[in-house]
Ligand binder design. Structure first.
Ligand SMILES: *Cc1c(COP(=O)(O)O)cnc(C)c1O
Length: 476
């Protein structure tokens, strides 16, 4: 009982804590109420653990010693935005759950210019009258893809829905059974088809679809032929499918629009970086596809958007569809997309300047260098004997439903713990002030250097130090 009382006495008073210079600094940076609440909560926690004897005496003293730090962490957490930055240690480059493609500073300069000023968003500067929101991107998309015309909507799901609704409402759309895909977040081709008012006419089987399957299904009810890129899975083994190039013959014979949902929308040949070939938008247009749709924030490396390219006569129909108004892109997206597409005009620098492409093409040498830097900074800063870290070979993934079979060799920092559970460390890293998302596999924690940028290495080292401390029990 005596001991308990003494421990209570060791806890400083709220007013005392408020006099601390770090706490004063904190109050300058955020609402005072948040700081005071955080102090109260930390003190309450301490009192509770003394009362309930949930911590050892030395652990409690430890916590009292680091009380200022604990208050800072708690207050910063309370004051942080709900939607906030995280560090991607997963090695999945286009990770839909954590924001897909990153936008570079250079591109953001343009977004900022448009955001803080008025712009000619829907204003024709030459004629001094109302203009068209889609016109700004048309020329550059046409130049890069070789298509006749282009328009942009909110995302690729909207693009597919708009295309089907505009070109095939009430008509049958022929699709291979091997291409009835589901993309995460409930995008399913049969459901999108139903929403659009088009009628799904699936042909062939899961693993094999032939030219005659398509041809036999064509009748007077047919509105279009649809090819869907199976971006997030592959059917291997005894398979066959009909390429868009081959479908071109049918399209001509029966005078039907040929539509292709490409998904990732890559604009450069990825085999240059040793990656598997992913059909480019330019190839689809060359193969005679009438309408191609793809995402802005997958392999293209821009903002969330759905890009539609192809025949002008069809795009004109889409522009008149009321859905276009509902799916319209905002000015931030347009400015980010225009600036991203501009980078594609210079082939020699595009890979360096678009973060998604830069990460995907990063050499093992560069990755090894980053891994050593992180390794050194962890070993220097972290005082914890209960862990082991190593630089190991591993594999990154493209993600975003792109190149599902591709495993890109990479370098990881692998952390193993002797006593604590690795799951607790993974959780602690997620709770760090800049959350660090990592991968756990067979009792080891992996931080893939491919998706961690140079300027983030110190944050990761600090995060690990926080995580190890937390495991030691001095931060709760
Ligand atoms: C990703 C993807 C979509 C959905 O695109 P969003 O931009 O996420 O709406 C549709 N079709 C395919 C084939 C895809 O890969």
């Amino acid at each position: 009982m005596q001991k308990e009382k003494n421990l209570f006495k060791l806890i400083p008073k709220v007013d005392e804590i408020l006099e601390n210079k770090n706490i004063k600094k904190l109050i300058e940076a955020m609402p005072r109420k948040i700081v005071v609440d955080s102090i109260r909560e930390e003190i309450d926690l301490l009192r509770q653990s003394i009362k309930e004897k949930s911590l050892e005496e030395d652990q409690i003293i430890n916590r009292i010693d680091s009380l200022i730090k604990l208050v800072e962490i708690r207050a910063k957490k309370k004051n942080s935005f709900k939607l906030r930055r995280v560090i991607n240690g997963t090695g999945v480059v286009i990770h839909t759950n954590i924001g897909r493609s990153l936008i570079s500073e250079e591109v953001m300069e343009n977004v900022k210019e448009i955001a803080i000023n008025y712009s000619n968003l829907e204003y024709d500067l030459e004629r001094g009258e109302r203009g068209e929101r889609y016109s700004h991107l048309r020329d550059i998309i046409v130049e890069i893809t070789g298509a006749e015309d282009a328009m942009v909507v909110n995302n690729n799901a909207a693009a597919v829905l708009l295309v089907l609704s505009s070109l095939a409402k009430g008509k049958e759309v022929i699709v291979s059974r091997g291409e009835l895909i589901e993309i995460g977040g409930s995008f399913r081709i049969p459901d999108v088809m139903e929403q659009s008012g088009a009628i799904l006419k699936s042909v062939g089987t899961t693993n094999k679809t032939h030219m005659w399957d398509y041809e036999n299904a064509i009748n007077e009810e047919t509105g279009a032929l649809l090819k869907v890129h199976t971006s997030n899975y592959r059917i291997l083994g005894f398979t066959s499918s009909v390429s868009a190039e081959e479908l071109y013959a049918l399209k001509i014979k029966y005078n039907l629009p040929l539509i292709e949902d490409l998904g990732s929308g890559v604009l450069i040949d990825l085999t240059k970086f040793g990656l598997e070939y992913e059909p480019t938008v330019q190839d689809s247009i060359k193969n005679g596809v009438d309408i191609v749709t793809f995402s802005g924030d997958k392999l293209l490396g821009g903002p969330q958007a759905g890009i539609i390219v192809g025949k002008k006569e069809y795009i004109d129909i889409m522009k008149k569809n009321p859905l276009t108004r509902a799916f319209r892109v905002d000015k931030f997206t347009l400015s980010a997309l225009e600036a991203t597409l501009k980078l594609y005009l210079d082939e020699s620098t595009v890979v360096e300047k678009i973060p998604t492409l830069k990460m995907l093409s990063m050499s093992l040498d560069e990755l090894e260098k980053k891994a050593s830097r992180l390794y050194n900074s962890i070993v220097e800063n972290v005082d914890y004997s209960n862990y082991n870290i190593e630089i190991v070979d591993n594999y990154s993934e493209v993600g975003g439903g792109s190149l599902p079979l591709e495993r890109i060799p990479t370098k990881c920092i692998m952390v193993s713990l002797r006593e604590n559970s690795i799951i607790d460390l993974e959780k602690a890293l997620r709770e760090y002030e800049i959350p660090i998302i990592t991968r756990v596999y067979k009792d080891h924690l992996f931080i893939d250097l491919r998706t961690v940028r140079d300027e983030e290495l110190d944050i990761v080292a600090d995060g690990l130090s926080y995580g190890f401390n937390k495991l030691k029990g001095c931060i709760k």
